[in-house]
Design a protein. Structure first.
Length: 318
């Protein structure tokens, strides 16, 4: 008797694997990591190592002792979560326990609670980041001032991000080129737009991601902020400054494009990116926090099942 093996979709013949994809994402994050170390010193590297180590450790412990399933630490997904979480933490923090708590929430709550990679409805790194932001607002909003290559320490410098200055009604003292290169304050992964774009280009070339979410996300944020800026809305910078400051570039290229938590179809991805961009500007302008990328992506993650139901893939042999 010939038995048929029945499995869930998608049924795609390809030599790609989860491990290959995850390690390509890790490769794409290297330019941003290098820039973080260059602008913020070795403490940025230490934070990244602690975050990655904690994410890998917690995933291994949960799989071995709670879920009792084969370990998947080597597939690189925990490393991706660890790096992205580190990129959302101030580079000056000496509270490595804070990073460990974020890693525990990201892996334990954001990922393994739902069964592991491929089953989580929300981006794990963003779950950890939002938890830290709400639970430790002071530590998560005390930022270093970048600008000097390979600084020895940040004992005396800590300032508001450009978004924080705008929220407080202050004036920005940098150019668009400064924001593009990364010589401004912010978290580790959001300071250099060019480093993020280099990584995104690599992912596009390797076909790990498509252009739909990044373009619709960044394009919507650009257009909406341009309209509001021209209308003279308080707290809104010019559109170029808007997309180059904060976490829009990092979120659009590396977090919103997470294939597990984003829509399957191209139309669905365009809608997803549009929602992320629109919500980001709304939260930045009228919300309590100066940044809105994390909240916007998590909200759209929650809407992904509805988007998939509305924008169904083309059916064959109907």
């Amino acid at each position: 008797m010939n038995l048929l093996n029945i499995s869930g979709s998608p049924h795609v013949h390809s030599d790609e694997s989860t491990k290959k994809i995850m390690w390509r994402v890790n490769m794409a994050l290297i330019p941003a990591l290098v820039c973080s170390i260059a602008f913020f010193g070795l403490n940025a590297l230490i934070i990244s190592l602690v975050s990655v180590a904690c994410c890998c450790l917690f995933q291994w412990l949960i799989e071995k002792f709670i879920l009792k399933t084969p370990t998947t630490v080597c597939d690189g997904s925990a490393v991706v979560t660890g790096l992205l979480l580190a990129f959302n933490v101030p580079a000056t923090t000496q509270m490595f326990g804070l990073v460990a708590i974020g890693a525990l929430v990201a892996i334990g709550v954001g990922k393994m609670t739902f069964g592991g990679l491929g089953k989580n409805p929300f981006n794990p790194a963003l779950v950890g980041r939002v938890f830290l932001l709400i639970s430790f607002p002071v530590q998560m909003t005390t930022w270093p001032v970048a600008g000097n290559l390979f600084p020895m320490s940040f004992d005396t410098v800590a300032g508001a991000t450009p978004l924080g200055l705008l929220k407080e009604g202050g004036e920005l003292n940098f150019t668009v080129l400064d924001a593009f290169l990364g010589t401004i304050g912010g978290s580790m992964g959001e300071v250099s737009a060019i480093a993020i774009l280099i990584g995104a280009a690599y992912l596009l070339i390797k076909k790990v991601i498509t252009w739909h979410i990044p373009v619709s996300f960044i394009g919507t944020a650009f257009v909406v902020s341009a309209i509001m800026w021209l209308c003279g809305v308080d707290g809104v910078a010019d559109p170029c400054t808007t997309i180059l400051t904060g976490g829009i570039m990092l979120g659009a290229c590396f977090m919103a494009t997470d294939m597990v938590t984003s829509p399957m179809t191209k139309m669905g991805q365009l809608i997803f990116g549009f929602g992320c961009g629109l919500l980001t500007i709304i939260i930045r302008t009228w919300g309590a926090y100066p940044e809105g990328v994390s909240f916007a992506i998590l909200l759209m993650n929650a809407a992904t099942p509805l988007i998939n139901k509305w924008c169904k893939p083309t059916r064959f042999a109907c």
